[in-house]
Design a protein around this ligand. Structure first.
Ligand code: HEC
Ligand code: HEC
Ligand code: HEC
Ligand code: HEC
Length: 130
């Protein structure tokens, strides 16, 4: 009886550990590159991007500066799309509406860097050579 109870406890602990490990794998602090799954045949390697360190250094407080939700041209201030890839709304096809995927990254990432005169703006600064 006692042994069974102990065994059950041990199994529970193991399950909790496994869950914790699994959720850690998918959290934003582990993001080190931008690697949108919609780019099938990438011409360049994924872009280095230390998610949390970048956002802290850059002083970005709101997640929806990047993970936005837009309706009728209006940014919904209290909502985020952090559980979605940009490509779930922005398609890769040339000229896709509202804005094609490559341009979305270049506008958001490079746009802020140009505006703030901080962060990389040249192709090779964001796209390391193969
Ligand atoms: C400067 C832009 C930017 C900001 C600000 C930002 N993120 Fe992200 N985040 C990204 C990008 C880009 C990716 C996707 C990386 C990829 O597609 O490979 C991402 C990925 C994620 C993921 C998915 C992790 C995974 O791989 O499953 C989560 C969760 C996330 N971000 C949460 C947040 C939260 C919470 C905040 C605010 C505290 C935030 N992000 C702020 C750009 C940003
Ligand atoms: C839930 C859907 C959705 C997701 C996910 C999404 N977007 Fe958007 N985005 C839109 C819509 C809709 C518009 C068009 C807004 C308009 O018509 O003014 C837009 C417009 C834009 C624009 C141009 C206007 C502006 O805000 O500067 C950029 C840049 C952009 N998105 C970047 C991103 C990036 C980067 C990501 C991923 C981190 C992302 N979007 C994820 C829906 C989305
Ligand atoms: C709202 C403004 C803003 C946005 C959006 C933004 N950045 Fe930055 N980024 C900065 C600033 C500011 C710095 C300089 C930080 C410093 O070193 O003080 C920076 C620095 C960087 C650096 C240099 C290394 C580092 O982590 O500091 C890289 C690489 C970078 N950004 C990539 C990206 C990518 C990729 C995206 C889009 C997914 C992005 N940034 C979106 C503001 C932004
Ligand atoms: C501020 C950073 C930044 C700069 C500067 C930048 N890019 Fe990008 N670019 C990105 C990000 C982020 C993506 C999305 C990467 C991904 O998901 O794999 C991207 C995607 C791309 C893609 C589509 C994915 C692929 O590899 O086929 C191409 C092509 C590209 N960029 C070319 C360029 C060229 C050419 C320049 C210079 C004119 C440039 N980029 C400048 C950040 C940048």
């Amino acid at each position: 009886m006692k042994n069974h109870a102990l065994m059950a406890l041990a199994l529970l602990a193991l399950a909790a550990l496994t869950l914790a490990a699994a959720s850690a794998v998918y959290s934003q602090e582990d993001v080190t590159t931008v690697r949108d799954s919609a780019f099938g045949n990438r011409m360049r390697p994924p872009v280095p991007f230390l998610h949390d360190a970048h956002n802290e250094k850059a002083g970005i407080d709101e997640c929806n500066v990047c993970h936005h939700v837009v309706e009728d041209g209006q940014l919904l201030a209290d909502e985020t799309s952090e559980d979605q890839e940009c490509s779930e709304c922005h398609l890769t096809a040339r000229g896709a509406k509202p804005i094609e995927l490559i341009a979305v990254y270049h506008l958001r990432c490079g746009g802020c860097h140009r505006e703030q005169l901080a962060g990389p703006v040249m192709c090779a600064e964001c796209h390391p050579r193969n």
